[in-house]
Design a protein around this ligand. Structure first.
Ligand code: DGL
Length: 264
């Protein structure tokens, strides 16, 4: 049986999910978190099939279940698009997806009902956002744009790429004129939020802010919110390198992290 003192599992194909963890730490600081970065299998968003992503994420869910989690956040839009229904069928614990949160936050912010989503190739080509919009608000028009190179550039060191400005301008130019809200539909993109906001007048929204409410609501309704007073603990597991992951995550989160490498 689930218990209040169990952990919240958060996973991504790499660094991106730390943008979700950061929002969670602000909103629910006394919870304990396990972060799983599958950077040994990065990227999920280009060059992998739906089936491959489902199998990789199934292993992650097994890991979370063995490591005492009460709820899992799929902090990867690509994995949410490819695998959330699959995972929900296989595992009995609550599994929350970031794409649904993205549609909800866009819906709250748009006045024109025309939104754009920048994402990975997989999320855009599978219409992760368009399909979810159909289930939540049929009046929403969604323009999906795949920023193919961005996840790898952000994962390995955004500032080291001289063509980043050129690519940003190219993708932002694809946004139709009637759009008023831009969704960061890949959890890596909040890491370059400032560079995006400097080049657009659109309202930029991060689904991570929305998923926090859903976590509170879900744990609250199950009476599973952690009731301890002390600050929660975080532990990181990655399936690939730590030499870049660790300092980048620490800089972004503003604190030192405990991290272990596990087989991919
Ligand atoms: N962070 C992942 C997402 O939100 C994508 C990165 C990748 O391609 O693996 O879609």
């Amino acid at each position: 049986m689930a218990d209040k003192r169990q952990r919240i599992g958060i996973f991504d194909s790499g660094l991106g999910g730390t943008t979700v963890l950061k929002e969670m730490m602000k909103a629910l600081p006394n919870e304990d978190y396990i972060y799983y970065g599958d950077n040994g299998n990065f990227p999920y968003g280009s060059g992998k099939t739906k089936n491959e992503i489902q199998k990789l994420t199934e292993r992650i869910l097994d890991f979370f279940v063995k490591n005492n989690c009460k709820l899992v956040i799929v902090a990867c839009n690509t994995a949410s698009t490819a695998a959330i229904d699959y995972l929900r069928e296989k595992f009995p614990l609550p599994i929350l997806g970031i794409v649904e949160a993205g549609i909800k936050i866009a819906r709250k912010n748009t006045k024109t009902k025309n939104i754009a989503v920048i994402s990975t190739k997989f999320t855009a080509e599978s219409h992760g956002y368009k399909n979810k919009a159909k289930m939540i608000d049929t009046e929403l028009n969604v323009k999906e744009i795949a920023c193919v190179e961005f996840p790898m550039m952000i994962e390995t060191g955004w500032d080291t790429f001289d063509n980043r400005e050129e690519l940003l301008n190219k993708y932002l130019a694809e946004i139709p004129k009637n759009v008023d809200t831009l969704v960061l539909g890949c959890t890596h993109y909040p890491l370059i939020r400032k560079d995006i906001e400097d080049r657009t007048k659109l309202k930029v929204v991060d689904p991570a802010v929305q998923i926090v409410d859903k976590v509170k609501q879900t744990l609250g309704s199950l009476d599973l919110l952690n009731d301890k007073k002390a600050k929660g603990k975080k532990i990181f597991f990655v399936t690939g390198e730590t030499y870049h992951f660790k300092p980048t995550a620490e800089k972004f989160l503003g604190e030192e992290i405990e991290i272990y490498r596990i087989p991919k």
